[in-house]
Design a protein around this ligand. Structure first.
Ligand code: PMT
Length: 327
């Protein structure tokens, strides 16, 4: 068997794994509604009046937060993946500023765009009851609350920000597939910016306990199956013309770049953004076939975020990518 046969066989195997993952997943409850809102979003951003946010037809799908793996169908216990959602939420703001429209696929309860300066519990910390009929915003938080509400609502109302929530790995991958199919016709104008922390192992729905697992039965033995890596399918089948960016998170700096390089080649990503857990808010390394660029937060002012120069660089490389198709 030669290298081409090997590659074809690998592709067939991963295709089969992906198909059986979706076939055995619980049905997405609001699939029809999601499809409808995606269609409206794409129509609005590709109509002759154009993308309402400046850059013709440019749309980015940003995934954010961690997926969960339920251990029981009734969903009492689950395995979680670390991600506060800050990277995805902050990047959404910078892409909107750069003129892109954004599909924000986020884990319920994680950070939201325009809300990063709010305290942990905004409802209890930002508001006071003035009298029986009115609630007031405390002066200290007034500007932050105003910005969070007006900018977020304006982006949603203008149709340049579509927010889609997920909790489980089953929901995440089914919604990602719907998004990629909806954005396919945008070709190179679409970006996939995959910052979500996605589960690598799961319990297939058909072998999952229905009721809460009983602790009286003693220690728990369970077998987790590998989640098929969706990057190949996304890249090759669902949205083959789009600009694909995946992330690589490690806690061991010594293996970070080698693993990012491997992901770039194996999944044919256009860019892999490598980050170390402890320094992820300070710097990231952008790895492409041609370069490795370290992007740092501007530490001369307190509110600066690494996502600002990161998104600038992504927009620059994406523009160059689109130009190749225009030539
Ligand atoms: O949210 P914050 O707290 O701000 O933190 C940001 C972050 C550290 C979570 C983010 O910057 C980041 O690195 N996200 C990716 C974390 C991750 O899951 O890495 P990974 O090595 O497990 O996966 C690499 C890529 O493969 C990811 O882009 C993921 O979308 C993809 N993947 C993973 C598993 C799987 N079964 N299929 C996939 O396609």
């Amino acid at each position: 068997m030669d290298a081409v046969d090997d590659a074809n066989q690998l592709r067939e195997t991963s295709k089969n794994e992906v198909m059986s993952f979706f076939e055995s997943s619980p049905l997405l409850k609001d699939a029809a509604e999601i499809e409808k809102s995606l269609k409206e979003f794409v129509d609005r951003n590709t109509s002759s009046s154009g993308n309402l946010n400046g850059k013709a037809n440019r749309v980015v799908c940003i995934t954010s937060g961690g997926t969960t793996v339920p251990l029981e169908k009734q969903g009492v216990r689950y395995i979680d993946n670390f991600s506060s959602g800050h990277r995805g939420a902050a990047s959404t703001e910078y892409f909107l500023k750069a003129g892109y429209s954004v599909v924000f696929l986020y884990r319920r309860g994680t950070c939201q765009p325009f809300c990063s300066s709010l305290p942990d519990d905004p409802l209890l910390e930002c508001f006071s009851v003035a009298d029986d009929s009115s609630i007031e915003v405390d002066a200290l938080h007034a500007e932050t609350v105003k910005r969070a509400i007006t900018e977020n609502r304006a982006a949603v109302a203008e149709g340049i920000l579509l927010k889609l929530p997920f909790t489980t790995i089953f929901e995440y991958l089914q919604i990602l597939r719907l998004i990629s199919v909806s954005l396919r016709d945008l070709g190179p104008s679409a970006i996939f910016f995959l910052a979500a922390a996605v589960s690598d192992f799961y319990i297939p729905w058909e072998s999952m306990a229905f009721h809460k697992i009983q602790s009286a039965s003693g220690p728990l033995d369970m077998r987790l199956v590998q989640v098929p890596k969706m990057l190949s399918v996304l890249r090759n089948e669902w949205a083959p013309m789009a600009f694909h960016i995946s992330f690589k998170l490690e806690t061991d700096r010594d293996i970070l770049l080698a693993n990012a390089d491997m992901a770039l080649k194996k999944y044919k990503m256009h860019m892999v953004i490598a980050n170390e857990l402890s320094t992820r808010k300070e710097e990231v390394i952008v790895v492409t076939e041609q370069e490795k660029v370290t992007v740092r937060r501007d530490n001369t002012w307190a509110g600066a975020e690494v996502e600002c120069p990161l998104v600038e660089l992504v927009v620059d490389r994406h523009s160059a990518y689109i130009k190749k198709f225009d030539a």
